[in-house]
Design a protein around this ligand. Structure first.
Ligand code: AMP
Ligand code: ZN
Length: 471
């Protein structure tokens, strides 16, 4: 039995899909105005582990992840500028070029993290017509109003607005005194469509268009609000209701709350059955984020000698509903643990019958709301047990269908002979060490490890060279 914690009910619930044997999953994807940071990537590793667990439970999974390439403003409550436009000023190229560049960078990140590619990665800019239709539907039902800067959703018309986050609407109203947009009827109201700002009237900016991305609509030229894209794309690709909606915890009070308001008003039925949210990655007691100025990218981790899969391992060590503290020491620890997992694995011969007891416990932990720390603990218990190597090998292959640590590829690669030049350096180093020429031996070690593909370990039998990458 698969149990998942549903944000909607605040309970771990047995997962039962709407259609037998099939699960539709929607993940709010990246805003492609910059590189993803490792906090963002935690949210996608979580969605991947969920998907792999569903697959293991026999579900055919359809996974949709949108690409937000328009409309996500710097402030969540319709304040500030479109993040894409901010990037155009920073990088002096068009919003279209920025979207395309960072979408490719994101796809590369998820490939390196061994995240199974979603079945579809629809872009917001390709679905503006669908969004306009949906806004018209809301308009017909009387849930919209117009202000000078856009079309808004009137949240006071919805009895259960805010049910996902159990929002305290009173205190939100109290806090709204600082609100910039005084034309909004309620502080929780949100933009469905925003009008393009008029060309600047100042002498320097006269006639200069303010946006690269804008569309005609029944209400005037502009661009869609952020939340409407997910409502329009989820119904298009998964129908409504669908099984599971995922995202980071920060999406609960605004983005997901507003997706629910729009979709349920338009179609008169629930948006999704299960809502799953992953917690933050933290750095020095604060959340990692671009606006916090402490974003770390996967490239930066790599430049410090950490492999993307070691980051994946690091994330798996925490439960998705707990905050996870990032430190470079903890990252070193994850890299070392993954390396020793790989070294252990490469000592085993291939086998096809696994360790039944350990496997049972591993998958029970995964089915208990994706308890990856417990599952990893079971894996290590098995590795330390006196079970035969072939059985450990077979179980590891099963575990890796969820862990996604490239264990099969690693095993195959590590069993290949070392490249000739590395083998030569290894022999030279052993010779130097025998002669007590330690500093020269150290120089050879540096040479072997230079490009980050190999690591040297000293053993009783001399220099052992471990492959760190699978190429
Ligand atoms: P964005 O690209 O800003 O739309 O965010 C992409 C995803 O990253 C969302 O699901 C966010 O909830 C999530 N996210 C943002 N910051 C963090 C963080 N520090 N830790 C974990 N997830 C995060
Ligand atoms: Zn979304």
């Amino acid at each position: 039995m698969l149990k998942l914690f549903n944000t909607l009910t605040r309970n771990p619930e047995e997962f039962k899909s709407i259609k037998a044997g099939y699960a539709g999953v929607y993940t709010c994807g990246p805003t492609v105005y910059d590189y993803a940071h490792i906090g963002n990537l935690r949210a996608y590793i979580f969605a991947d582990v969920l998907k792999r667990t569903l697959l293991h439970n026999g579900y055919a999974v359809k996974h949709i992840m949108n690409i937000t390439d328009v409309g996500h403003l710097t402030g969540d409550r319709d304040m500030g500028e479109d993040k894409m436009q901010v990037a155009t000023k920073r990088e002096r190229r068009t919003a279209w070029d920025i979207a395309s560049f960072y979408t490719d960078a994101f796809l590369n990140d998820i490939r390196e993290l061994n995240i199974l590619t979603p079945d579809k990665l629809p872009k917001a800019t390709d679905h503006v017509k669908d969004m306009i239709k949906l806004i018209q539907e809301l308009e017909k039902k009387g849930f919209t109003y117009i202000t000078r800067d856009g079309i808004y959703f009137d949240t006071s018309k919805l009895k259960d607005y805010g049910k996902l986050g159990r929002l305290d609407l009173e205190s939100l109203r109290e806090g709204a005194r600082a609100e910039i947009n005084h034309e909004k009827k309620n502080p929780t109201d949100f933009a469905l469509w925003k009008f393009s700002p008029s060309p600047s009237p100042s002498p320097q900016g006269r006639g200069i268009k303010q946006r690269d991305m804008e569309w005609d609509s029944p209400w005037g030229i502009g661009f869609p609000g952020w939340h409407i894209e997910c409502s329009a794309m989820s119904v298009k690709y998964l129908g409504q209701p669908f099984d599971i909606h995922t995202g980071g915890i920060d999406h609960i009070p605004v983005h997901h709350t507003n997706e629910i308001a729009q979709s349920e008003t338009a179609y008169g039925k629930p948006l999704a059955k299960f809502w799953l949210h992953s917690e933050f990655l933290m750095l020095d007691a604060g959340r990692i984020g671009k606006s916090e100025g402490n974003a770390i990218t996967l490239e930066e981790l790599k430049s410090k000698g950490h492999s993307p899969l070691a980051y994946r391992y690091f994330v798996l060590q925490g439960h998705y509903r707990s905050k996870l503290n990032f430190t470079s020491e903890a990252m070193d620890g994850a890299q070392n643990t993954l390396n020793s997992l790989y070294s252990k694995l490469s000592q085993y011969n291939e086998g096809s019958v696994g360790c039944a007891e350990y496997q049972k416990e591993f998958f029970e932990a995964m089915n208990d709301d994706l308890d990856t720390p417990k599952a990893l603990a079971m894996m290590w218990e098995m590795l330390d047990s006196d079970q035969p190597g072939e059985a450990k090998f077979a179980s590891l292959m099963e575990f890796d269908k969820i862990l996604g640590l490239s264990l099969k590829d690693t095993w195959t690669q590590r069993r290949l002979p070392l490249p000739e030049e590395i083998e030569e350096l290894r022999t030279q180093r052993d010779e130097l060490r025998k002669q007590g020429k330690w500093s020269e031996a150290d120089k050879i070690k540096i040479k072997i490890e230079l490009n980050g593909r190999f690591q040297v370990r000293d053993t009783e039998n001399g220099t052992m060279v471990i492959r760190l990458t699978n190429d």
